[in-house]
Design a protein around this ligand. Structure first.
Ligand code: HPA
Ligand code: ZN
Length: 344
């Protein structure tokens, strides 16, 4: 299938929000090498090209092994700042005007990097992007689910002095055999402090994990959630309650959740009334940023212009922006789409 030039232009020009982006997953191979040199870290690869050739994953775990290895080059506040700023500059070229960004404090504190160093670096770049680029953001702290819940509680305690800069909590890393229920206590503490709750569920794990995340962690969004197709009752409930799914098409094909993009259910889910959004997850590893995800799904699934517009609108409806900001972007999307269709 070839995507029409009109659809390609629509994808590039529509304002979009990104709601599922691990900042450590935006660490491009060249930056791994630049930071390794700056911090005198020895890498087991000779070049950025050699590293990139290893990005041929068979499942989530094979990716995570490399992802955690590469994060070891991130050491100083400046490193976290540079990483985040590079992502936000890309947002500017992609017309991403709002980003809700995950970070994994435990993958840094476990290496002796203080929590505050990570947060100050990321937050410094977010503040600059809001004032210089007009890009708004929210920060979501993820707990690593392959580690004991007691360590998530310790992480929560380290975060307590900084809650003015953290908007939500999330749950990521290896999903199989690490069900959401293990983290109910730390989520209850975070929600009691007024934080939003989201969780990865139904990426590799069963639909029962989506149900647990909703019922026991009281999440307001599910990250991935694509395995909801296996449970029609749950699907109906999530559609009825308009609980958003932050879907990541290229991630799902790169990690072999689906063999090909043609099998991806995102448009089916959209047609069944689910509030699905398009996101990049770990763009440095999976073949691109948000627009590449739209382009890949357009190429394989042949969406209509209306479906692309709906996906972009969903990204704001599912965001943690207030109603006025959301309305502003929905109106802007309508005017960009109208202008392009008049010309087309
Ligand atoms: N799934 C789970 N954990 C992650 C991912 C993902 O796609 N990316 C970074 N950490
Ligand atoms: Zn993710």
């Amino acid at each position: 299938m070839t995507t029409s030039q009109n659809l390609v232009e629509l994808i590039h020009k529509l304002p979009k929000a990104e709601l599922h982006l691990h900042i450590e997953g935006s660490l491009e191979p060249q930056m791994v090498f630049d930071l390794a040199e700056r911090n005198k870290v020895e890498l087991p690869y000779k070049s950025a090209g050699e590293l990139a050739r290893l990005y041929d994953f068979e499942d989530l775990q094979s990716f995570l092994d490399l992802y955690y290895q590469a994060t070891a080059v991130l050491q100083t506040e400046q490193d976290f700042y540079d990483l985040t700023w590079a992502y936000l500059k890309t947002c500017q070229t992609e017309k991403i005007v709002h980003a809700e960004i995950f970070f994994d404090p435990q993958s840094h504190t476990s290496r002796g990097i203080p929590f505050e160093v990570v947060l100050d670096g990321i937050h410094g770049a977010l503040a600059r992007a809001e004032s210089e680029l007009g890009i708004t953001s929210r920060l979501i702290m993820c707990f690593l689910r392959h580690l004991p819940a007691a360590q998530a509680l310790d992480t929560w305690k380290s975060a307590k002095p900084f809650l003015d800069r953290i908007h939500g909590v999330g749950l990521d890393s290896s999903e199989r055999d690490f069900p959401p229920r293990l983290f109910a206590d730390v989520y209850a503490l975070a929600r009691a402090e007024g934080l939003y709750a989201v969780a990865h569920a139904g990426e590799e794990g069963p639909p029962a994990y989506i149900r647990e995340a909703i019922e026991l962690l009281h999440v307001s969004r599910i990250d991935h959630g694509v395995r909801i197709t296996e449970d029609p009752d749950l699907l109906a409930q999530v559609a009825e309650r308009q609980i958003p799914l932050t879907v990541c098409p290229l991630s799902n094909t790169r990690l072999c959740v689906y063999e090909t993009m043609a099998e991806h259910p995102i448009l089916d889910l959209l047609d069944r009334g689910l509030l699905v959004t398009v996101n990049s997850d770990d763009p440095a590893y999976f073949g691109g940023y948000v627009n590449n995800n739209y382009l890949a799904l357009a190429e394989a699934l042949g969406p209509s212009a209306d479906q692309i517009v709906q996906l972009a609108k969903n990204s704001f409806k599912a965001s943690f922006l207030n109603d006025a900001a959301t309305m502003k972007w929905l109106t802007k999307i309508d005017s960009v789409a109208a202008e392009l269709s008049l010309r087309g």
